[in-house]
Design a protein around this ligand. Structure first.
Ligand SMILES: C[S@@+](CC[C@H](N)C(=O)[O-])C[C@H]1O[C@@H](n2cnc3c(N)ncnc32)[C@H](O)[C@@H]1O
Length: 236
């Protein structure tokens, strides 16, 4: 049964033309509320599930990003500041990137920047039992919460690692490769980190956002052994 909040979000995205085909059931299968902390902020306004569950739910099921950390945790809730350092991205952006990533069953996915773990859960659902999802985030508090939420939501087999930028050699990074690498952080075009390319299989794809516009850009790993990449999706 579709939760009323999920229905509201699906309706909002659909009306705006931001609901790629088949992603309605995906939103239904993995309720966003399972990944958003009880205390967060939307548009610089604190939300608290404990004291105002209706407002919290309305925010969770709207097409808005939800900030879960400011200033690397040095600005504690309910204060806000100008430096959000972790968040759950806007659902329309999340779905647009998933659509562009062309995820199918059985793929091995590396997600750079875990955040709440919600995107990793969506990916895990999409790749099915024969695929895998590894997600990394630089902040141990972020990965700790995300791993706990993923497990509680039934996605305990997502590999959650505390690392910056890419999987390090210490975690077997040099021996691991993926069909897809997705990063919601923005990097200047032409400066895709080499580690992302090195950890993407030939024929695989890297999807990120390009700085400074934040437009999505997709790269195909096209040759071996030098693993040159080429942009294959126009910025939008
Ligand atoms: C805006 S949040 C996005 C989270 C999630 N991908 C989403 O779209 O909802 C950015 C996350 O990137 C993490 N981060 C920042 N720099 C990083 C780095 N160099 N390597 C890995 N994660 C990083 C932050 O800790 C934060 O959780």
């Amino acid at each position: 049964m579709t939760l009323p909040g999920v229905r509201a979000l699906i309706g909002e995205l659909d009306a705006a033309g931001d609901l790629p085909a088949a992603f309605g059931p995906l939103l239904d299968a993995i309720p966003r509320e399972q990944f958003i902390p009880d205390r967060a902020a939307v548009d610089r306004v604190p939300i608290d599930r404990g004291t105002d569950p209706q407002a919290w739910l309305a925010a969770v099921y709207s097409d808005r990003s939800i900030v879960t950390q400011f200033d690397d945790g040095r600005t504690p809730w309910p204060d806000v500041d100008d430096r959000p350092t972790s968040s759950a991205s806007q659902p329309s952006v999340v779905l647009g990137m998933l659509d562009a990533l062309q995820v199918t069953e059985g793929l091995d996915i590396l997600e750079i920047d875990t955040g709440t773990g919600y995107n990793a859960a969506l990916l895990r659902h999409l790749v099915g039992p024969t695929g895998s999802v590894t997600t990394i985030d630089i902040d141990p508090d972020v990965t700790g919460h995300a791993a706990a939420r993923l497990t509680a939501a039934g996605f305990g087999d997502v590999d959650v690692l505390t690392q910056g930028g890419a999987i390090s050699a210490a975690s077997g990074g040099e021996g691991r490769s993926f069909d897809r690498v997705i990063a919601t952080m923005a990097v200047p075009l032409g400066r895709i980190p080499h580690a992302w390319v090195a950890q993407c299989r030939v024929g695989g794809q890297i999807l990120t956002r390009s700085a400074p516009t934040c437009a999505a850009a997709r790269w195909s790993v096209s040759t071996s052994p030098n693993r040159a990449t080429r942009p294959d999706m126009p910025c939008r």
